[in-house]
Design a protein around this ligand. Sequence first.
Ligand SMILES: [Fe+2]
Length: 341
Amino acid sequence: MANPAPKQASDFVAQLEAANLHPLWDRFRTLTPVKPQAKDPPLIWRWRDIEPFTHRAVSEVPIDDVERRALILVNPAFGGDTVTTSNLIAAFTVLDPGDRARPHRHTFAAIRFATRADGAATIVNGRRCDMRESDLILTPPMCWHGHINETDRRIIWFDAANIPLLRQLDANFFEPGDPKANQFWQVDEGDEKLWAESGMAGADIQRGPAHSPKYHYSGAAMRRLLAALPAGPDGAHTLRYTNPATGDSVMPALDCYAVRLPKNNTTRPKRTTCNMICLVVSGSGRSTVGEHTFDWSQHDVFSIPHWTFASHIAKDGDATLFVVSDRSAFERLDLLREELQ
Ligand SMILES: [Fe+2]
């Protein structure tokens, strides 16, 4: 039988659509693209542009009026949506002396990385985590957390969370804590001690939820391990922050890494199906991400959208990046694919 004339075909499609039916044959290329196509081009946010806004936020936004005083890094490719790169947001939070960011908990996963946060403290599930240079603090799903600045200096740290992923899944729950509950803040490191000794764990400790039972990862330990690690196949020295009970990622849908780039050694271009946000911890250098090349220095942040080749080089000495990604989510869904050029 001959194919129907175009007019008949479009009448048929219109009738299907009116009946809440879609034909697969005229739209399967859209439904099943041959490869991932990130909505966002890579982008860099420079610390010299961000820093003045952090100070202005302190003078214009009292912490008691807001849940958190954070400036979120947004890629305009998401059309005004509050997204840094697919599935992830990154931000800088600022706390003045005496500020308390009140307790709450939620199902999205979050981390903070201490850029200028020496002496601040984050309380996570009744454990006080004192922040030192380059420390990583986890606030895993549904763990109560609050932040306090008891120093006499302004505190700024880098945050990241998987809020866009949870919004996509419509799976976020949020519970505010009692802002007046003083006992929330009157805690010591508590059970964090159980996970402080690398390679040793209590034999009778029950395995808890899917996330790491350790919330505080020391910046000094990160630097020691990075200095000792051999280079990987791409030429970078990479450590993964892990759940000490399982050796797996720190959280099921948020996955953290630190990378040391040796001076003047361009890493091999690599692409992966997951999304990454890179914070420059120390040093300076240059990254080529897809068609874009960025020169960066300390506390700049740039995105590596999924399935985009990225390579990096440190200038004027070694450089260190902190990388937060949704890689563990892709692993669990069996969707992780990586290529090295
Ligand atoms: Fe939070």
